[in-house]
Structure formats: structure tokens, C-alpha cells
Design a protein around this ligand. Structure first.
Ligand SMILES: [Zn+2]
Length: 151
């Protein structure tokens, strides 16, 4: 008899799993003065040279990114990445996509869901975030954000 394994984020705090119903979202921070978003999160100071905030440091607040965008570029990952990157054993080739987020116009890299390969991707294609399994062990499945084409 098989048991359903617990699903855990492979990295804590980088994305929300959409259990609240608003979908999988990347989590970062945003400058409260100029609105510049940061992913991964930046808690030190706004790096925008044109920031309109106070010169002694602006405030950064928690920010959830838009979960749709368009493929800016993509590639085939045919070989297992070296440590410290983790991958499933045995390694299965996958596609990676650099996606320009709809709202922030920022390009974010991510794996593409396993059932979609480079032959299925095109620059400009609309994709959305979902959660997928990066690897598993005896205790759990460890998940990351992944891109999938919008139907
Ligand atoms: Zn700023």
C-alpha cells in the first residue's frame, strides 16, 4: 500500500503554494517609496538609483508577485546540475524558461512542468506558475515553482 507523501517547499519562503486559493506566487519585497520589486527578497535597502524614498534608506515591505507572464527565453536542461543544485534521482531532462512577469516586467527563471518540453515552448507564449516536485526522499516531496503554458 502506498502512502501520500507530505509536500514541502524545497526552499522556505520563496513562494506561496496557493493554499489560500490565489495561486502559486513568488514572494519577495517591494520598496514602499518607488515600488521597485525584489526577488529573491531584499531586506537591506532599495537599489533603484532613482528611488524617491528618504536618502537614509527606504522601507521594504513583503510582496507577492504576479503569477503569469510571457516566455522571454528557454532552454533544455539535459544534464544533472552540479551541487549545490538538487535534482530528482534518476535525473530526467527538463526545460527551463525565463519568463517576463506580467505586472513587474521582471524576468524570472524556473523549471517548466515535466510534461512540457522545449518543442512545446515559444518565445512570447503565456505561462503561469504552479507548484511541482523537484525531488523526493523517504519522508516527503520537495517542491518548487514551475511554469506551465496557459491553456
Ligand atoms: Zn525605492
Amino acid at each position: 500500500m502506498s502512502t501520500i507523501k507530505e509536500r514541502r517547499p524545497a526552499v522556505d519562503g520563496w513562494f506561496s503554494t496557493g493554499s489560500g486559493g490565489e495561486g502559486v506566487r513568488l514572494l519577495g519585497t517591494r520598496c514602499t517609496s518607488c515600488g521597485t520589486p525584489y526577488f529573491p527578497r531584499n531586506d537591506l535597502a532599495c537599489r533603484n538609483p532613482g528611488c524617491t524614498g528618504p536618502k537614509d534608506g527606504s522601507e521594504l515591505e513583503d510582496y507577492a508577485f504576479s503569477n503569469r507572464g510571457r516566455v522571454w527565453s528557454y532552454a533544455d536542461a539535459r544534464y544533472k546540475p552540479p551541487p549545490p543544485y538538487v535534482a530528482a534521482e534518476p535525473f530526467r531532462p527538463y526545460a527551463v524558461a525565463a519568463v517576463e512577469l506580467e505586472t513587474e516586467r521582471m524576468v524570472v527563471l524556473g523549471q517548466v512542468v515535466p510534461e512540457v518540453g522545449v518543442a512545446d515552448l515559444e518565445v512570447g507564449m503565456e505561462v503561469e506558475l504552479t507548484e511541482g516536485t523537484l525531488y523526493e526522499d523517504d519522508d516527503a516531496e520537495y517542491t518548487v515553482w514551475m511554469w506551465r503554458p496557459v491553456k
